[in-house]
Ligand binder design. Structure first.
Ligand SMILES: [Zn+2]
Length: 224
């Protein structure tokens, strides 16, 4: 079999779920690291819902973050980002952005399941969505994750490039958002510009009449 590189899953909100409204979904990854309280407090203050993809690692290390999300469960849905932030690529020596993948499918299943159990421990509900670490997948890994009963959560607008972009660049990317877009950003790097950039960009989207939805409130479809 020819070796194929990992793929990034791109999705938008399904047109049928949009109606006549301008709708956008914000997804926030909590990979490892800390809790961006400034970002979450901004979303709470402006009543902006978001879908959070948290690892077991992050949930274990950030009790204050978990408490803030749970206190506002009307706004925040917590879904599965794996146990230890291992990218969903399979095979000895495989990695994405320097992060080692899974040696075999059993390890992938463990990563997905242990992440799901950690989310369920915190929320009392089994997650339905999975986003792999780095959001890059081997096609065979996608099939395994779907067979376990999870929907893969893609995106269409990468707002902060792993919380590495400066404020102005994040705002510029959010200015390009169109109805149906699914935004990915990060809530695990409080020292980054993500909270500042998202605050400005999201306020502008709100001013332009966009309504934010969570993934559990809508349907998605794949795009190229
Ligand atoms: Zn991540």
């Amino acid at each position: 079999m020819a070796a194929l590189g990992p793929v990034e899953v791109h999705q938008v909100i399904a047109p049928a779920a949009l109606g006549d409204e301008k709708v956008v979904a914000l997804t926030l990854d909590a990979c490892s690291g800390g809790f961006d309280a400034e970002l979450i407090h901004f979303l709470i203050a402006h009543r902006v819902p978001a879908t959070v993809f948290a690892t077991k690692k992050w949930l274990d290390r950030n009790p204050a973050g978990v408490a803030a999300l749970k206190e506002h469960s009307d706004l925040f849905e917590i879904e599965d980002h794996g146990a230890n932030h291992v990218p969903p690529v399979i095979g000895a020596g495989r990695s994405v952005f320097g992060i080692p993948g899974n040696p075999d499918f059993a390890h992938l299943e463990r990563e997905v399941l242990d992440g799901a159990n950690a989310v369920a421990m915190v929320t009392g509900e089994a997650p339905h969505w999975y986003r792999g670490a780095t959001a890059e997948y081997d096609p065979a890994a996608i099939k395994v994750i779907q067979a376990m009963g999870y929907q893969i959560a893609g995106f269409s607008v990468n707002a902060d490039a792993g919380a590495t972009l400066p404020r102005a660049a994040i705002v510029a990317r959010l200015n390009q958002v169109r109805s149906g877009d699914i935004i990915i950003a990060h809530m695990n790097k409080p020292a980054s510009d993500t909270a500042e950039g998202l605050s400005e960009g999201v306020q502008r989207l709100l001013a332009h009449g966009f309504r934010f939805v969570r993934l559990d409130q809508t349907h998605v479809r794949a795009v190229r």
